[in-house]
Design a protein around this ligand. Sequence first.
Ligand code: KIV
Ligand code: ZN
Length: 517
Amino acid sequence: MTEPQRVLIFDTTLRDGEQSPGASMNLEGKLEMARALSELGVDILEAGFPIASNGDFEAVREIARRVEGPIIAGLARCHQLDIHRAWDALKEAPRARLHVFLATSAIHREYKLAMAKEEIVRRAVESVKMARELVDDVEFSPEDAARTEPDFLAEVVERAIEAGARTVNIPDTVGYAMPSEFAALIGYLNEHVSNIDQAVISVHCHNDLGLAVANSLAAVGAGARQVECTINGIGERAGNASLEELVMAIKTRADFHGVDTGIDTTKLVPTSRLLCQTTGLAVQRNKAIVGQNAFAHEAGIHQHGVIQNSACYEIMTPADVGLEANALVLGKHSGRHALRKRLAELDYDPSDTELEEIFVSFKSLADTKKEVLDDDLHELMTGASKRVVEIWELVDMHLSSGTTSAATATICLKDRAGRIVKEAACGDGPVEAIFRALGRASGAELSLTDYQIKGLSAGLGGRGEVSVEIEDLGQRHRGRAVGNDMMRASADAFLNVINRVVSAREEQTELVDVYGQ
Ligand code: KIV
Ligand code: ZN
């Protein structure tokens, strides 16, 4: 059997990705991301567009100096100044690539560049030659290739290869192509560019119609051997092809594509999370591969199937992408199998009749909230009053906040023994100040994973519900409170969850004592 051919992964998270609104990163963030991308196993890492700003220049230079593993690429327009600036930033990399681009489509030629076809060819050739005087590894991109006349595109590509380009990248700059059409364009170039065997064909697809990954895969089917992509699919406008989707499609359907990549897929989720932290841009819950729901099951029928054999509803394993386990989310669609499984994990072993009774209460609770958490199950099993001990009680709270000063919260709490504790804290807003002051006063310094306010009635002074979620010792706890004053309700919800966490911690300690550890 012949070895599957390798598709090179050209990551442009730090260049095209960073160009997307809200995705700017500082130097430290870029270096950390670049190291993570290197560990992920990307073949080429496009570190930035050095002429764009001094910050970009410095980031490319530092990555070139300090990040080992991938080829480090820098982008340049077909201008002498751009090419030299990019090379200055790249030259200390053990393996560097100059990536030069020039638009070729009629609309760009007429309105953006005001250049005729011959001038485009001349400039592309001169620039590739200029780049080749600096480094052997040169990539040429005819920008907006997917909307360029195929015969003219073939001419530009052929001349760029003749001038020394080792990779020719075919961008669908505005995400306009359809998969079969884009595959046909790659086929056309393969047939009509006489020296195409002297270069790697790359593709660079944008997601304006949600087809970036489909177009890239179609191009691979037609012979492209490099794909340009970004973590979480970030990039100009609707983004670029998502690296994790491309790589997992190639891996999961190796039978179909017959190619592979050098990516360590178990690093996909950690790298995606690092990017979210670095940019502050979250991925949607249902995002393929790395979204919170990608390996979560709520429907009873699915949960039953997954409990018997996860392959019933999972085409990849969570471990493949770097997740510890799938999640059976308990909600109104869940069934008895999932409820029994989770109860067993929490050390409850109800009889069949008990389970039936609990299942009825579980369903009515699930009708009132999105997700039934472990705390709720404990309450169902033992009774709410037994479970959540009122460890701390709010005696008084004073808040001050303004547009020019930090918000401050002063909190007075009483514990079970009647002891009074007072604490104050500042925050970016009153909610943060309350949270911090309560953490200090109760001694339960916690990190918040979710905070939501929901209006329950219309108008000023209407009632609202605050719900907060905290993760402690691997368990999630949710606190809730309702009221007319949202700051007071926030304090009550925080205190509610603090009481739950402290009770859970005390219970853990009791267990340890009982088992003598
Ligand atoms: O989308 C595009 O055409 C680009 C090129 C610079 C490759 O990002
Ligand atoms: Zn792009």
